[in-house]
Design a protein around this ligand. Structure first.
Ligand SMILES: Nc1ncnc2c1ncn2[C@@H]1O[C@H](COP(=O)(O)OP(=O)(O)O)[C@@H](O)[C@H]1O
Ligand SMILES: CC(=O)OP(=O)(O)O
Ligand SMILES: [Mg+2]
Length: 397
């Protein structure tokens, strides 16, 4: 049977899956034969989790992972494993590509020209774009006729109102595409599609989805359409993240350049890789490690993270003109009950009442039965979304 391979390079993880195609797929029926994830890449504690279609663990590596693993290494391991899989026939590869720039609002079949064009957006997503695109050429060399499809994180936000997209900068900059794009769109797209079945008849005109992974953003969705998001021109705006600072006073950046002589490279490195949870705690950018730590700096970092998420929810609620449902997703959103609790407590003024027991169990609905605003935990599935778009692009769904 032919398969779609999906590749999702996050800033701390490489997620992948192989979906066999029966020719009659819908988003709901796509079931991976294998799915896996390297996590803790680029400075954390590397882990590999690989499962078969029944959810049973499968071994990829005979040897243990090294204590530090970079994304290209993880990709090399994955491609070697795929090369050795018996009876693997690939129909297409779907890539999560973080930045689609001004021109790509739909999935696109990758040609060498388009791949090079997307590569030029590297400075707008330095933790992602080079890594998302890196496997395209090696895969094309191994399998010259294999269709490869790029699915964009920015696409879901493409129809936001102008006012949500524009910076208050001279008009010519806006015209050149220096606007707010928004990211994590494959995740929001997926959540948006499963909301009707997950929420039943609960009101869902005004929904905020909090995608809290290593990168973190929130998105305001009105009647199924993105109307605002916390990430903008690049995936550094908004709330603090594992190692990214989130929104800053631009005057602070000017100060560091003018008064402290910092170069663009040094600033990029500090703001993308040494800030956020890692910078504030001085311990780790990994939420799980901070929640396990007794250090006051770890607690302070988590408090700041939750505070900024609460403030962003206030802002997005204003953009929506009120709030019906708040949905948590991605690594932290799905698994870190203390973080969800802190955020929900900060939203009591909006009419959100947390069900603490449900939250501690990572239950699907975590708001109290009579809470005016509902709160939910819904696992995201960017891989499924990529597989679905890719199958459609190559005429297999
Ligand atoms: N059980 C858990 N408890 C707390 N945090 C968790 C848990 N599992 C994962 N996380 C956190 O989720 C984050 C990674 O999220 P993920 O969505 O996988 O990242 P990426 O942005 O790389 O795709 C890390 O901060 C990790 O510590
Ligand atoms: C866009 C982004 O920040 O992605 P991730 O959370 O996967 O790093
Ligand atoms: Mg991610």
């Amino acid at each position: 049977m032919r398969n779609i391979l999906t590749l999702n390079s996050g800033s701390s993880s490489l997620k992948f899956a192989l979906y066999p195609l029966t020719g009659a797929e819908s988003l709901d029926t796509l079931t991976p034969r294998y799915r896996g994830m390297f996590s803790g890449l680029n400075g954390g504690t590397p882990r590999l989790k690989l499962q078969n279609s029944e959810g049973r663990p499968v071994a990829m590596e005979k040897d243990e992972l090294p204590t530090r693993l970079e994304l290209p290494d993880a990709m090399g391991r994955l491609l070697s494993w795929l090369d050795e899989l018996p009876d693997l026939s690939l129909a297409a590869v779907g890539h999560r590509v973080v930045h689609g720039g001004r021109d790509y609002h739909q999935p696109v079949a990758l040609t060498p020209e388009i791949t090079a064009e997307l590569g030029e957006l590297e400075s707008l997503a330095p933790l992602h774009q080079p890594f998302c695109l890196a496997p395209v050429t090696p895969l094309a060399e191994r399998h010259p006729d294999l269709p490869q499809v790029a699915c964009f994180d920015t696409a879901f936000h493409a129809n936001q109102p102008e006012v949500a997209r524009q910076f208050a900068l001279p008009r010519e900059l806006t015209q050149r595409g220096l606007i707010r794009y928004g990211f994590h769109g494959l995740s929001y797209d997926y959540i948006n599609r499963v909301l009707p079945q997950q929420l039943g008849d609960a009101r869902r005109e005004r929904v905020i989805v909090a995608h809290l992974g290593n990168g973190a953003s929130l998105c305001a969705i009105r009647n199924g359409t993105s109307v605002a998001s916390t990430m903008g021109f690049t995936a550094i705006e908004g709330m603090p993240m594992g190692t990214r600072c989130g929104s800053l006073d631009p005057g602070l950046v000017l100060h560091l350049i003018q008064q402290e002589g910092m170069s663009a490279e040094a600033l990029t490195e500090m703001l993308y890789k040494r800030s956020g949870l890692l910078g504030v705690s001085g311990i780790s950018g990994d939420m799980r490690e901070l929640l396990e730590s007794a250090a006051p700096e770890a607690r302070e970092a988590v408090e700041l993270y939750a505070y900024r998420a609460i403030c962003e929810i206030g802002s997005l609620t204003a953009a929506l003109g009120g709030l019906d449902q708040l949905v948590f997703t991605a690594g932290i959103g799905e698994h870190a009950a203390p973080v969800r609790e802190a955020i929900c407590r900060g939203c009591e003024w909006l009419g959100l009442e947390l069900d603490v027991d449900a939250n501690d169990r990572d239950a699907e609905r975590i708001s109290a039965a009579d809470s005016r605003v509902g709160a939910w935990v819904i696992p995201t599935d960017e891989e499924r979304m990529i597989a679905w778009y890719t199958a459609q692009m190559v005429g297999l769904a």
